[in-house]
Design a protein around this ligand. Structure first.
Ligand SMILES: Nc1ncnc2c1ncn2[C@@H]1O[C@H](COP(=O)(O)OP(=O)(O)OP(=O)(O)O)[C@@H](O)[C@H]1O
Ligand SMILES: [Mg+2]
Length: 475
């Protein structure tokens, strides 16, 4: 079971943070219960802080509730059908208020006559039922009018200390011996997003007896798996193009993100035609990635990205009200298992950043270019040799192995180059010692002897024969 579900607050008091805001919401509810209609509420704030949770908790105060996604045009028909006449007229007897929850109102399309802002405007104007609207982006133009007609409750990020305490409580209940420093670090990293803190904690600690900094390292900055999952979840859960688009701004290899989305489509979507549509979008995205690679025109990336994000997100008719555990693409997890804690991507990125003096994230962003360069056998060999990539790492950029013939020819060429260089150096009387120290040599004859001596000397000293070889040939 997902911990965000297991530890979901069952009462307002269990919702951490936003004390003042909770009070305002409670007042709003009591007014309705006294029979005094109130302006609609607009809860605005960042992701994972308990907005939807709060709306659900409040719902128990009313006879019924409908929860809809504002960006789904059909929502307005549903409101009219389910709340029906009673959206505008209400019986005078009994406590029969129906709560309407409209989530993601910053995703509505303002200029769409059928749905959108206008419909919300009508509901606000006519409905005699309590209405709660939820949005992430306070400054979104799409909610500008709504803001003037609603009581705006600005919700804040959850404080690090509160996240810290919440995680400790989970650790205790799950009987995990957690290192307080690691818990604190996780709390800080989650940047006020309690949901992502809980999800990350579960991803690394579920089923374990302990939790320490090493575990956290697996998912923190170096490994963006938590971020990638957040993006995938948004694509699958949301129907709001702006939100989905934003979720694509992650420091990740976009083709990997595509793989993650593809892997998880059938876990979230249940209807055959939706799954089919979603995969059609993935396939279009794949085509554009390929086109970008072939033509080296990276303008195509934008299309690829739109298909795999907005395309997939809009392949579903309605959002699913369920919790889905997302998984890594199968190929990726197998790779993860065999390669231990640090994944392949990071290893390659580190090699690139070391050799080319760029940051790890720049290195990752260069992967697509490497894919192109690796298409050519010779070029692939040269780059792999320069970066000292091993076979698994080469596989990241090209499926086929570099042909033995090419390797042999290249190695022969290398040896020849070295020998030619050596010859020239000897002829010129310049001798470059292994560690790149340049020294002007005395007579040529003696010089040759020095090389011979060093060769003999250095080999037994080094435990790794390969290294000795390398340093000798390093000129
Ligand atoms: N303030 C909180 N107190 C306790 N649990 C929380 C809180 N905020 C989030 N959670 C946990 O995270 C889960 C998701 O929270 P919720 O869906 O309410 O976030 P949200 O603010 O609506 O996010 P989004 O803007 O992405 O829709 C909850 O089920 C709960 O487990
Ligand atoms: Mg929500």
């Amino acid at each position: 079971m997902l911990w965000t579900e297991k530890y979901r607050p069952t009462s307002l008091s269990e919702v951490v943070g936003n004390g003042k805001q909770k009070k305002d919401i409670e007042n709003w509810v009591s007014k309705w219960k006294e029979g005094i209609p109130q302006k609609p509420l607009l809860l605005v704030g960042p992701a994972g802080i308990g907005k939807t949770t709060l709306a659900h908790l409040i719902a128990s105060n009313f006879s019924e509730f409908v929860e809809l996604n504002a960006s789904d045009k059909r929502s307005y028909d549903i409101i009219m059908n389910t709340v029906g006449e009673s959206a505008t007229t209400r019986s005078f007897f009994g406590d029969d208020y129906k709560l309407i929850i409209l989530d993601e109102v910053d995703g509505i399309h303002g200029n769409d006559d059928r749905g959108g802002a206008r419909a919300i405007g009508q509901i606000i104007a006519k409905s005699q039922h309590p209405l709660i609207m939820i949005a992430n982006d306070f400054y979104s133009k799409r909610i500008a009018t709504i803001k003037t007609k609603a009581e705006v409750i600005k919700m804040q990020k959850v404080h690090t200390n509160s996240i810290n305490a919440f995680l400790k409580r989970i650790a205790k209940s799950e009987e995990i011996q957690a290192d307080p420093v690691a818990i604190k670090d996780l709390a800080k990293q989650s940047n006020g997003d309690l949901r992502s803190a809980i999800n990350t904690f579960q991803a690394v600690a579920d089923g374990n007896e302990t939790f320490g900094s090493e575990d956290l390292e697996k998912v923190s900055k170096k490994d963006d798996r938590s971020t990638i999952f957040d993006s995938v979840r948004t694509v699958l859960k949301s129907k709001t193009p702006s939100k989905v688009k934003k979720a694509m701004f992650i420091e990740e290899d976009p083709t990997l993100v595509m793989e993650y989305i593809a892997e998880n489509i059938p876990r979230e979507y249940e209807k055959k035609n939706e799954i089919k549509k979603a995969y059609e979008n993935i396939s279009k995205s794949d085509i554009y990635f390929g086109r970008a690679r072939r033509t080296r025109n990276y303008g195509y990336w934008k299309y690829a990205s739109d298909f795999m994000s907005i395309g997939v997100s809009l392949s579903k008719k309605d959002t699913y009200k369920k919790f889905t555990k997302l998984t890594s693409p199968t190929s990726f997890s197998i790779m993860g298992k065999t390669r231990g804690k640090r994944n392949l991507r990071d290893k390659i990125a580190e090699k690139i950043s070391e050799k080319m003096h760029v940051s790890n994230s720049v290195a990752i962003s260069m992967f697509p270019y490497f894919e192109i360069m690796f298409e050519n056998d010779e070029e692939a060999y040269d780059i792999a040799d320069f970066l000292e990539l091993d076979d698994d790492e080469i596989k990241r950029f090209r499926k086929k192995k570099i042909p033995k013939k090419v390797i042999k020819a290249k190695e022969a060429e290398k040896i020849k180059n070295r020998e030619d260089k050596k010859k020239i150096e000897i002829e010129k009387g310049i001798f470059i010692k292994p560690r790149q120290e340049v020294k002007i040599a005395e007579p040529v004859k003696e010089k040759v002897e020095v090389i011979e001596e060093e060769k003999v000397d250095e080999k037994p000293k080094k435990s790794d024969g390969d290294n000795a070889q390398k340093s000798l040939f390093n000129f």
